[in-house]
Design a protein around this ligand. Structure first.
Ligand SMILES: [Zn+2]
Length: 347
């Protein structure tokens, strides 16, 4: 039984093919790097709160967990340490060797079947919601402890640069996810990370990328780890230059209090714009980006001004005053300005 799709109501959006890249054997390989984008879920502040949240999440997720497992083919390795389905591979990381829940082949085998069946269903739902899907298979590794914690999951989109004439183009080459088991067990975290796998391709500003992931995690998957602010202006945080702190969000450093604010504030902005401009607002934004293919020409991530160029078109209104009011340092860009900036950046 499929549930909850109506919550975002992105149905009926035409499926557009992403990454219509023409691979040219004469392109010169320039560089290879990793783009670590997703990450989720801050350390729970207190054990008691964690237990309470877990109980609440279980209540909330009852309906959500009714997603029917996909009937697609699942191939499980003989030792059941790895398994593969249409859109994923899953591997048990080395530190799970001997884990009491997975030390028998049969335990790993049944876990893999269930995990991939569920993840495939989730993938299909997200494909309907977004109207597109990543081109590459998602490689999931499960850990006991990941980056010295059981509270951090990441989605990494790998890409490489190629130069063609005077232009440098980015090509996605792979997607990987890392979950400590404790995080994988939270369905809303899986939705957060899978959102990154779908949208990382557009090299979005970090705050917007995380805002969309928390929107899906909270309003579609009914997670509750990042509450929304009831007022954007009254809860703004500014850096020493007076600029909205979200503009400084590049990597996942900072105190947990600041990170919690960033996730919640970014989510509140994204949710507010969706409330104003309709349930299919972000689908329109992604379709406009896809039509232009400018994100692949950027030397790094999209700037907020560049993003607003698309937000404005999809909203058919000027959102610069909205962002200025929240102390973003943004400029009203035309397409010619963006092309000019790209040319300068590629010099
Ligand atoms: Zn994230």
């Amino acid at each position: 039984m499929k549930t909850s799709k109506h919550i975002l109501n992105f149905n009926g959006v035409k499926i557009i093919r992403l990454l219509r890249y023409i691979t040219n054997p004469f392109l010169i390989f320039i560089a290879c790097c990793l783009f670590v984008s997703g990450c989720v879920s801050l350390q729970a502040l207190q054990e008691a709160q964690e237990i309470r949240e877990k109980r609440l999440a279980e209540e909330r997720n009852k309906e959500y967990l009714m997603l029917a497992p996909s009937k697609g083919e699942i191939k499980i390795a003989e030792d059941a340490q790895t398994a593969e389905s249409a859109h994923y591979t899953i591997t048990f990381g080395p530190d799970l060797e001997g884990h009491k829940d997975f030390d028998e082949d049969s335990e790993r085998d049944s876990f893999m079947k269930s995990a991939l069946g569920y993840m495939e269903s989730l993938y299909n739902e997200m494909n309907v919601i977004f109207g597109f899907q990543p081109e590459h298979k998602i490689h999931v590794t499960l850990h006991d402890v990941y980056r010295e914690t059981r509270h951090l999951a990441t989605t990494t989109t790998q890409y490489r640069y190629e130069s063609k004439g005077n232009t440098s183009l980015k090509y996605v080459t792979g997607i990987k996810m890392d979950f400590p088991l404790a995080m994988y067990e939270k369905p809303d975290v899986r939705v957060h990370e899978l959102t990154h796998a779908f949208t990382n391709i557009y090299f979005l500003p970090t705050w917007f990328n995380e805002g969309i992931a928390v929107l899906m995690q909270t309003e579609w998957a009914k997670g509750g780890s990042h509450p929304k602010f009831n007022n954007l202006e009254g809860n703004v945080k500014r850096n020493l230059d007076g600029v909205n702190d979200l503009e400084d969000w590049e990597f996942h450093g900072g105190t947990s209090k600041l990170l919690q604010w960033r996730y919640s504030y970014a989510y509140t902005i994204v949710s507010e714009l969706r409330k104003r401009f309709g349930h299919d607002y972000y689908i329109k934004v992604f379709q406009l980006m896809e039509a232009d293919q400018l994100h692949n020409k950027l030397p790094s991530k999209m700037s907020t001004s560049f993003l607003i160029y698309y937000l404005n078109q999809a909203a058919e209104t000027d959102l610069i005053p909205f962002f200025e009011n929240l102390h973003f340092k943004v400029r009203r860009l035309t397409k010619e300005d963006i092309l000019q900036n790209i040319r300068q950046a590629n010099r």
